[in-house]
Design a protein around this ligand. Sequence first.
Ligand code: THG
Length: 259
Amino acid sequence: MLIIGEKVNVMSLTIGPAMKNRDPKPIQDMAAAQVEAGANALDINIGPARKDGPEMMEWVVNTVQDAVDVTLCLDTTNAEAMEAGLKVCKKQPIINSASGEPTRLETMTSLAAKYDAKLIGLTMPATGIPRDANGRMAIAVDIMTKMAEKGVPLENLYLDPLILPIAVSQEQALEGIEAIKMFRQLNDPPLKTVVGLSNISNGALAETKPLLDRTYLTMLATVGLDAAIADPFDKELMDTVKTVRILRNEVLYCHSYLD
Ligand code: THG
């Protein structure tokens, strides 16, 4: 199970202004602290960045790379900004993300081919949100087909069911689990899967958020989830991740496996 730290995010009250003012310190501190806390990769979320997207993404990627040496997951719908970031990544990057929307699917899969990047395929239709696991599967197949057309190896694809908040659409939590099961069956060896874990607790009370996140992670782990965009500063979540790695036989057990 791979953990992609979610905290370098333009929505954050410390990171947003630092991105705008090109102030490296808060961004580098946030990157280093997440890696220290156990993140294996970092999501770099600059939002839609309509104004100076390419220049902003290039600067943020270089800033983060000066502080840490992990895989970067570039999170923007702005194609020019995505390409500017991909150009300067030192390690094989992850494009976050393509969706079922035809222009975005075409552009992001082309970029994955051009830069030998991994790609998160968000199984979100051109309009609205996916209704159930079957709706998500149809988009997953579209994304897979486009990947094959561009010659991107399927092992570079992570399918994302798009997790919705439990407080808003309670019936969708199990559809997300079902989608992970079904995505894996699309190929042999199984396709890889990822979720934005904290989507599940978005809008819930602060005291229940951590419990919602780590219980859902455990349920997703049971059906084979490969990666999660998550909060590495949630200590109990990270202990759960370590325990999942032991129970799935990904890491050799020893009594002090939490240390
Ligand atoms: N799939 C993919 N990418 C994604 C998501 C996904 N990127 C964005 C998002 N979902 C995951 N990233 C974040 C980043 C930051 C926060 C949440 C998700 C965040 N949340 C507030 C916090 O922690 O304080 C709380 C928000 C609230 O509950 O009000 O900062 O699904 N491919």
